[in-house]
Write a protein that binds this ligand. Structure first.
Ligand code: PBG
Length: 345
């Protein structure tokens, strides 16, 4: 028997009934049976805004990501618009911090200025603002403190003021990320009373107390001065509680619910998808970005495949919207641009 005979014989085995490989044979076939798609429409790009002029400082733990002054933010968004990325989410880094987060709701605050400038330059760009106080507090916690306790209800008032001031500046979506109880309901009421009944809320509904925000805290200069965030952000061990948080935010009036982080909480994204017909967003956070970029820069992973597989997995789990530092690179590859180098390599 020659080796060729052996091949023919093995090709004819009749006891192999299920041949899942049939539909994997050609690229055209694989395209037809592909279950999940990733589109530029799914992407929101996070950006960090600082005070001053002509500032563009790379964040050391997030290659290709920058702290930008408002003028440079506007300039950089030309690329976002050209790539047809539908939205950006803004994080502010004020020069002045205090214990009432006054910079968060100041009319001339960093986010308010950035939103006005962006909306003027790109009226069609969807500008999402992160509503949180940690970047504006001298102690770096997401609420008013008494001793070492973060107070819930007194914090709500500041969050309401912050949300309304963002809407007044022209924000298209308000995204509260503080994890105080009741904030979606009270922010909804404050927006409605302020004449912004049409401004949607994207709630960071299940936001975990995660180690994967590390690089963001460097970027946003928002690390807590004492303790950690586990009295308000969720325990990474809790998926049922995540469902409860999501349901509560929906009851309180959320228009979009978010799971954060994304990659290490894909199960929670899948649960969110099951329990609601609202759009589900997932935040592919700074640490998830940094980890992948670092492995790729070390030559340990194939960057082109790794980042697109990551985004596809988040969509497969059930997210409609992905907030991701990979947005620009993904948009380029999705439109067939294979030549522009990845911004983080
Ligand atoms: C809170 C906020 C954080 C992130 C988004 N909003 C940090 C935190 O809760 O400490 C993290 C995003 C990321 O890691 O990319 N203002």
């Amino acid at each position: 028997m020659t080796s060729n005979d052996a091949f023919t014989l093995s090709a004819l085995r009749s006891d192999v009934k299920n041949r899942t490989r049939r539909t994997r044979e050609t690229s055209a076939m694989r395209r037809m049976v592909r279950e999940t798609s990733l589109s530029v429409d799914n992407l929101i790009y996070p950006m960090f805004v600082v005070e001053g002029e002509d500032i563009k400082t790379e964040i050391s733990s997030m290659p290709g990501q920058y702290q930008l002054s408002v003028d440079r933010l506007v300039a950089d968004c030309a690329e976002i618009a050209a790539l047809d990325i539908p939205g950006v989410i803004l994080f502010g880094i004020p020069d002045h911090k205090d214990d009432i987060a006054s910079g968060a709701y100041a009319e001339g605050g960093i986010i308010q200025n950035a939103v006005r400038a962006l909306k003027e330059a790109y009226p069609d760009l969807c500008v999402v603002t992160d509503v949180c106080l940690c970047e504006y507090m001298d102690h770096g916690h997401c609420g008013i403190i008494e001793g070492e306790k973060v107070l819930n209800d007194p914090t709500l008032e500041l969050l309401e003021k912050t949300a309304v001031s963002h809407a007044e500046a022209g924000a298209d979506i308000i995204a509260p990320s503080d994890m105080m109880d009741g904030r979606i309901g009270t922010i909804r009421a404050a927006l409605d009373a302020g004449g912004f009944a049409q401004t949607p809320i994207m709630a960071y509904s299940s936001k975990f107390a995660s180690a994967f925000y590390g690089p963001f805290r460097e970027a946003a200069e928002s690390a807590p001065a004492f303790g950690d965030r586990s009295s308000y952000q969720m325990d990474p061990a809790n998926a049922r509680e995540a469902v409860r948080e999501i349901k509560l935010d929906i009851e309180e009036g959320a228009d979009i619910v978010m799971v954060k982080p994304a990659l290490i909480y894909l199960d929670v994204i899948a649960k969110a998808r099951e329990i609601t017909d609202l759009p589900v967003a997932a935040y592919n956070v700074s640490g998830e970005f940094a980890m992948l970029a670092a492995a790729c820069r070390n030559g340990w992973l194939d960057p082109e495949r790794a980042f697109m597989e990551t985004l596809t997995s988040i969509r497969r789990a059930g997210a409609d919207i992905i907030l991701t530092y990979f947005a620009k690179d993904a948009a380029r590859r999705l439109r067939g641009d294979k030549a522009t180098p990845l911004s983080w390599m």
